[in-house]
Design a binder for this molecule. Sequence first.
Ligand SMILES: Cc1cc2nc3c(=O)[nH]c(=O)nc-3n(C[C@H](O)[C@H](O)[C@H](O)COP(=O)(O)OP(=O)(O)OC[C@H]3O[C@@H](n4cnc5c(N)ncnc54)[C@H](O)[C@@H]3O)c2cc1C
Length: 472
Amino acid sequence: MSAAAVTIVGGGLAGCEAAWQAASMGVPVTLYEMRPQRPTAVHKTDRLAELVCSNSFRGDKLDNAVGLLKEEMRRLGSLIMRAAEASRVPAGAALAVDRERFAEIVTRSINEHPRITVVREELTAIPSSSERAPVIIATGPLTSDALSAEIAALVGSGHLYFYDAISPIVLADTIDHTKVFRQSRWDRSLRGAARPSGQGGAGAAATSASGVACGVDDGQGDYLNCPLTVEEYGRFYDALIHAESATVHDFDKERFFEGCLPIEVMAHRGVDTLRFGPMKPVGLVDPRTGREPYAAVQLRQDNLAGDHFSLVGFQTQVKWGDQARVLRLIPGLEQAEFVRFGMVHRNTYVNGPTVLADTWQVRSRPTLFFAGQMSGVEGYVESAASGLVAGLNAAALATGRPTSTPPRTTAIGALAYYVSHADPAHYEPSNITFGIMAPLERPPRSKQARKLALSERALADLDAWLGAACRA
Ligand SMILES: Cc1cc2nc3c(=O)[nH]c(=O)nc-3n(C[C@H](O)[C@H](O)[C@H](O)COP(=O)(O)OP(=O)(O)OC[C@H]3O[C@@H](n4cnc5c(N)ncnc54)[C@H](O)[C@@H]3O)c2cc1C
């Protein structure tokens, strides 16, 4: 019988974490990283686990879902968390790192591990895989072109996306409900029906050509609508065209799909372009006036808990400070708190719910795993978390043990559940949020107590899962 071994493609956050986990389980790992021979448009060094943008791993407290995810990763022996602790810089309640030191620690740890061999080479094809020798693809949002083509051939080109057009998300309880009204366009509910396209990125644009909701009116409507008068529209439009656009990397410039143009690009095409696009008022009647508003912004519920709403079709590259200022000119959003700002950037990822199981194995080829941003998660910590579970499972497979994933009551399990079970017709990569975790049976009334109760349950369930995994 051949010796157990794991091959990993991509030495980023997910690939390094996966390599560390598999090697820690006693399985030899070969890790392929194409830099420095083949650079990406964003990475600047030859180090493994280079942080391409911010140096923040976000919140680090248990009343925050990403804080919980980090604590779970620590308990699972995460290399990325250990390196982050060792390179921590002051950042209040967040975990931010000295990026140079962070990447240096990860690179050294991987290079010095006796069971890991690092090969600096671009892989242009998916390596062959077997139960004894599984493969993890963790090549990230900037996966090289040749490998992207191979992945598209494997999963089907309709299930691999290349751009992310992200609309801003606001906290529901910061919306002024006296100014907005709930209604679906033409009173057609989306519940139980296909969702419209072009409202969340190249992915959405690629999956459906239908822009029409054709469900049944339930009398309530699926959207919150922010109506604008002609004066309010004029103020918003002026602010938008004078707002500062985010600095983007060269590859991002002028390569937008028509289906997911940034709102500022549409605004520069003409004063009414937005009114015929994402701000179109047709099919909406403002109950306070009994008339169609001059323009409208639609907000759609973004998570199961209903505490996040995204601005439909509002992908943008306006700088975050300006973005908040401009978006707060929309009636109802004057005091809005943004959970996420809008963005458009290159992002190669698979349609997780179509392609992946919750163990991060490819459903049609279980000896192959996807991990990291490529698997359809969003963010440094989430990418590393998926690599962690993929690495453990690849090692389990290689040594003849069953694969498994932590329960959905944990943050790491909820992420796996989201990636493998979200609505495939409308799939978008997600950060970890409490909203994608299994709800509490008896939730405390206060929001803070609810979050802490979710974290407490998650850590108890993770410990139980770990205990069972150790006994198996
Ligand atoms: C421009 C940009 C900015 C971002 N900013 C943030 C941010 O501020 N905060 C945040 O939380 N997330 C951010 N993200 C999202 C994401 O969390 C990071 O991209 C994260 O690094 C993803 O981890 P990963 O391991 O999946 O991919 P990466 O860290 O990118 O690692 C993938 C590795 O695979 C290598 N590779 C690619 N193709 C091949 C091949 N064919 N053969 C061999 N090696 C290959 C690459 O060189 C790279 O080292 C950003 C993404 C982008 C594109």
